[in-house]
Design a protein around this ligand. Structure first.
Ligand code: SAH
Length: 255
């Protein structure tokens, strides 16, 4: 999927930004960089220094004259924009875009362009209207324009998260097991049964008065949910509750 995503930079004017984009892409596993009518050299001391070891992306970047040339073979083009335009257009958040990617990339010829604008003036309305949808990175409303490489970083990160989600069931990408776990985690239903049992037991030992709950059960829920108990631990806790109830039954009734 990541190899099907092309980062398209339009009219970039600072070599350092192109270098920063290369670095952001290589960090996230993206390889396809396209420059449309760049207003500066792509390979300079500055860009190589900002690429910090990702300069092969600079050397491999394709240069195009127009946006149409750069996205011609793409099946989806999404324009990144800091501003909302007068003409409403399908808008995506970075996460919504990422959620769409695995589906989009299923067709054999899929290629997705993420299009970024000029440092000084962004994308023109004409360029934005070449895109299927626009993506806006949520920001402080009073300061919404990210540095170009930072904007690429945010979207590239979301692409990587979507790709990782897709590979979650493959053994190599599976989350490492918790080092201290020796049983499966309790399910939501296991916990609900436990909470019911806990409340009954706390009533039986007269610790809890449902008429004066003082948020006790809510606080206990928060505690147990935070602990992420395992099934086996849940069984131990339920065993303790049963023994507690039994002991309460044998207890001398109060005078
Ligand atoms: N001054 C320009 C913004 C330039 S920032 C303007 O007002 O439009 C360079 C590019 O980074 C933008 O064209 C856009 O592609 C991307 N970018 C910056 N901030 C963004 C944001 N909040 N959401 C989406 N893309 C953003």
């Amino acid at each position: 999927m990541l190899e099907r995503i092309r980062i398209v930079l339009i009219g970039t004017s600072h070599p350092g930004n192109i270098g920063g984009v290369a670095r952001a892409m290589h960090n996230m596993g993206l390889t396809d960089l396209a420059l449309v009518a760049p207003r500066c050299e792509a390979i300079t001391q500055d860009s190589i220094s900002r690429a910090s070891g990702a300069d092969h992306l600079l050397h491999n970047a394709q240069v195009f004259a127009t946006i149409e040339d750069a996205v011609g073979d793409c099946t989806l083009a999404v324009g990144a924009s800091a501003r909302s335009r007068t003409l409403p257009w399908p808008m995506l958040t970075p996460r919504e875009l990422a959620d769409r990617l695995p589906g989009e990339c299923q067709s054999p010829n899929a290629r997705v362009a993420l299009v970024f604008g000029r440092e000084d003036s962004g994308l023109t309305n004409e360029e934005l209207q070449r895109c299927h949808a626009h993506v806006n990175i949520p920001t402080n409303a009073d300061f919404s324009s990210l540095n170009l490489a930072a904007a690429v970083q945010v979207l590239a990160y979301e692409c990587r998260m979507a790709w990782m989600g897709q590979h979650a069931n493959e053994p190599a990408a599976q989350a490492a097991p918790r080092p201290d776990a020796d049983d499966a985690l309790a399910s939501h239903a296991d916990l609900e049964r436990y909470f019911e049992h806990l409340e009954r037991a706390l009533v039986a030992i007269e610790f809890h008065d449902p008429d004066k709950p003082r948020q006790l059960m809510a606080r206990l829920r928060r505690l147990y949910l935070r602990a992420r108990p395992e099934q086996m631990e849940m069984n131990i806790l339920r065993g303790i509750l049963s023994a507690t109830e039994k002991a309460a039954q044998h207890k001398q009734p109060r005078e």
